[in-house]
Ligand binder design. Structure first.
Ligand code: HEC
Length: 106
């Protein structure tokens, strides 16, 4: 009985974590991946502000898929000489969600 109860508790916890992960919004993702250490909403710091990025690609010259790929690879030259480290730890879905969020208005 005790063993069954703990199994149920563990399954419950796993389920709770899965639901929690799905509810993670983009800003939490960006904090967890240290994007916010180099990027601010409206002020250029180490990297361009989200607002500058959105303004540059407002004409549709980069899609969310293209920008997501750029985030994954990192690199330099689009905004200056300082390189952005690659972000290979992010899933395709997370990359595109983040990119779409940036392009949307920030
Ligand atoms: C160590 C600092 C640093 C971190 C951490 C960092 N970036 Fe950057 N990011 C930069 C720099 C510097 C540039 C400008 C690169 C260039 O000039 O091409 C940049 C550029 C960008 C661009 C514009 C790319 C383009 O093609 O115009 C986006 C979007 C971006 N970063 C998103 C992110 C996201 C999302 C994360 C977190 C997953 C992140 N960055 C983490 C420094 C960083």
């Amino acid at each position: 009985m005790v063993r069954n109860l703990s199994a149920i508790t563990i399954i419950g916890l796993l389920f709770f974590q899965a639901v929690n992960a799905q509810q993670d919004d983009v800003s939490a993702l960006m904090q967890r991946n240290a994007c916010t250490g180099c990027h601010q909403p409206t002020v250029r710091t180490v990297g361009p502000s989200w607002q500058e990025v959105a303004e540059r690609y407002r004409d549709g010259s980069k899609t969310a898929a293209q920008l997501g790929e750029r985030i994954r690879k990192g690199g330099s030259g689009a905004w200056g000489a300082v390189p952005m480290p690659p972000q290979a730890q992010l899933s395709q879905a997370d990359l595109e969600n983040i990119a779409a969020w940036i392009l949307a208005n920030h």
